[in-house]
Design a binder for this molecule. Structure first.
Ligand SMILES: [Zn+2]
Ligand SMILES: [Zn+2]
Length: 356
């Protein structure tokens, strides 16, 4: 089969690899129909995730059809159309028993496209299939469903639920990339008074408005001031960090009201300063975390009911074999305007790569 293989920092290719097969009785093999590229994949290609070994197939998000299951798999059968989640779960360890699958100690957690071969391929072996794939309602198209493999549960759990968004809240979202935009959409499920989006890219701020941000601010022009102006000087009830830079994290801690919550979603590579000289008196809660995907069944129901604006995040589609072009478009989002790129499916419109 063909797969997108990591060969070390800056080196990767869509190439021939052996077909996966069942290794453990809890495995399933899924024929990939639809797949997407995550910002984390770009981090891997840059060499920021050193535990990914050369030779690993990338990707941790997919929709496809189960073609084979191990003897112990009970929840899906060959022929089932499934969502392959970014997080796998052994189901037995102390964290899995609390539905904290992201911290699984039994060999699960984020493993696809990380510690084992991933989903950017024609076929993928999914370990612990019972708790790691989800049968899909027919009402949810594959390209919408694939956004429920990672970005929507991440935005919902690590942003909105960790931030404890409540009706009437002012929610500030710093970073209007795919995750930040999904946070904006998911925050609206809780009827906030307003959502304020902060970014440096006017196109992304426009997308934030379309997804329900009532106010937007340029990150370089004292966005704290807009938040203060809209909240009688108090600050936001909930601030979600969806960038992963020291400066944006520190901006979040300046935007939050006393007694408020800062939910960090961004993947950080450098230390940020925690300004306890300001925060010690403010009764602020700061949360961090990896997605657990315990919300996937809920989000699938919401998507089937048309309550998640998944398709608004998809800017580019490609056939599977044009993976490298899709990476080029996604990796140059500032020039291409890419939010989510989706690959696969039979009848997709092909978007040409802009020539710079
Ligand atoms: Zn991801
Ligand atoms: Zn576990």
């Amino acid at each position: 089969m063909k797969a997108y293989v990591f060969h070390g920092p800056g080196q990767s290719a869509w190439e021939d690899v052996p077909d996966p097969d069942i290794k453990d009785p809890t495995d399933a093999v899924v024929r990939v129909d639809t797949v997407t590229i995550c910002g984390t994949d770009l981090h891997i290609l840059k060499g920021d995730v050193p535990e990914v070994r050369p030779g690993t197939v990338l990707g941790h998000e997919a929709v496809g059809e189960v073609v084979e299951v191990g003897a112990d798999v009970r929840t899906v059968r060959p022929g089932d159309r499934v969502l392959v989640s970014c997080v796998s779960a052994c189901g037995r360890c102390r964290y899995c028993r609390e539905a904290v699958y992201g911290q699984c100690l039994g060999g699960g957690g984020w493993i696809l496209g990380h510690l084992v071969d991933g989903t950017q391929a024609e076929y993928v072996r999914v370990p612990f299939a019972d708790l790691s794939v989800y049968a899909l309602p027919a009402a949810v198209p594959s390209e919408d469903a694939v956004l429920l493999a990672d970005i929507f549960p991440t935005a919902y759990e690590v942003g909105v639920l960790n931030g404890r968004v409540r009706p009437g809240d002012t929610v500030a979202v710093v970073g209007a990339g795919p995750i930040g935009l999904a946070v904006i959409a998911a925050a609206h499920l809780f009827a906030p008074e307003r959502v304020i989006a902060v970014d440096v890219d006017p196109a992304r701020l426009e997308a934030a408005r379309r997804l329900g941000a009532e106010a937007v601010a340029d990150a370089r022009e004292a966005p704290e001031q807009l938040v203060a102006d809209l909240t009688a000087g108090l600050g936001a009830d909930v601030v979600v960090e969806a960038v992963g830079l020291p400066e944006t994290f520190e901006t979040c801690t300046r935007m939050v009201r006393p007694g408020g919550r800062v939910a960090n979603v961004g993947v950080h590579g450098r230390p940020a300063t925690l300004h306890l000289e300001d925060l010690w008196i403010k009764d602020v809660t700061i949360t961090t975390g990896l997605v657990d995907t315990h919300s996937t069944p809920t989000l699938l129901k919401m998507a089937a009911a048309g309550r998640l604006p998944t398709s608004q995040l998809i800017t580019h589609t490609f056939p599977l074999e044009r993976m490298q072009e899709a990476y080029d478009v996604f990796g140059h989002a500032a020039e291409t305007g890419a939010l989510k790129v989706v690959l696969g499916g039979p009848q997709r419109e092909v978007v040409p790569v802009p020539t710079a």
